[in-house]
Design a protein around this ligand. Sequence first.
Ligand code: ARG
Length: 461
Amino acid sequence: MKLWGGRFTKETDQLVHNFNASIGFDQKFFRQDIDGSIAHVTMLAAQGILTNEERDTIVTELKRIRSEIESGALNITSEYEDIHSFVESKLIERTGETGKKLHTGRSRNDQVALDMKLYVRDEIRECDALLYDLLKVLYRIMQDHLDTYMPGFTHLQKAQPLTLAHHAGAYFEMFKRDRSRLADIYKRMNTCPLGAGALAGTTYPLDREMTARLLGFDGPTLNSMDSVSDRDYIIEFLSALSTIMMHLSRFSEELIIWNTNEYQFIELDDAYSTGSSIMPQKKNPDIAELIRGKTGRVYGALMSILTTMKALPLAYNKDMQEDKELTFDAIDTTKGCIRLFTGMIDTMKVNRAAMNASARHGFTNATDAADYLVKHGVPFRDAHGIIGQLVLYGIEHHKALDDFTLEEFKAASPVFEEDIYDAISMETCVNTRNTIGAPGREAMEKVLHICREYLETSDPS
Ligand code: ARG
């Protein structure tokens, strides 16, 4: 069962085997392991290290092993140390002497470095595609809600009016940055460690450019010690996943608030809500809460690998095996969260009237009322004071600024005229803010155009 029994006089203690083994989790990249082996033997044959016949026997059997694992005909079992040993043992069982040549000029150290890179590369692509789907939904929400007025908040206090399109647009920017972060990581990590051997290369005349090319890398890594001990790209990827989760969590938090009985800005779809076992009236935003909660788990993976790598001497150390479980979990968690979040916001009902009323009754147009006075010659500091008094009056009398009579306005300042109502309407407040990036319709339409072009030119499918 072992690849390294020769030097040993005793069997490994069972507990040691269990503690040491990684097959329970590294079987997740059996496809990548087999792809790497196929590229390796293809290169070995091209270099005359194996015959073409030997190559064909090995490649055919490796492909068969892959499809048998996929169909369930071949079970990955726990007596093997890791997926590399499993695949190689099966190959040798089936092809005898020929299979024993697969590992020529290779170590499990460069093999696992390759497998993990191939796996992460695939997962970066998957995350990117999921983010793209999320961006399409955000774009749709932006289009639909260019004049759904709502309060914008600072300190979670109503500040100035904006639109749901603008609010969704903020998240569009965040997830767009997340995609570009993933693309950066992909580009930086896309070098092939295969051929680095255990740490010091090999004496065989390997063609590392060829294996790199066969596996879709930009080229081979340039230092064999770094090749087998670099986990930077995993740290970068976990950091990008943490940032994605942070964005999902912030939006989830807002949706939880908006979905409350007190706000009623939105209503999450029944399919994305859950009930209470005791309180019949309840419809809880569990999915949004879980996404918020799972963010901690993904951060944890990042902290864990950073800590594992700290103080590891060059080159490979077994500590590095700890990179896998946490990374796999963080990837699966993040992908699941993006998918669910996309469905959740795609199906939620928006309560335009409640959003609009909340903006009106929160004095979000107070800045615009002050600006009105300034335009009529009142110094800004005085205008600020006058509107401040009116707000106080409004709070005491449960009135929005727009609901004051002209007499009430005039009591605060004779400068007010009938046109004050138009000046502080939600439409005016929002649509006069048209510098690029602002919520005004004109500005938003320009941004929507840019978003559309971005979506058209960055479709991953
Ligand atoms: N399971 C190991 C890992 O994930 C594979 C590499 C083993 N290499 C070694 N020298 N024991 O790191």
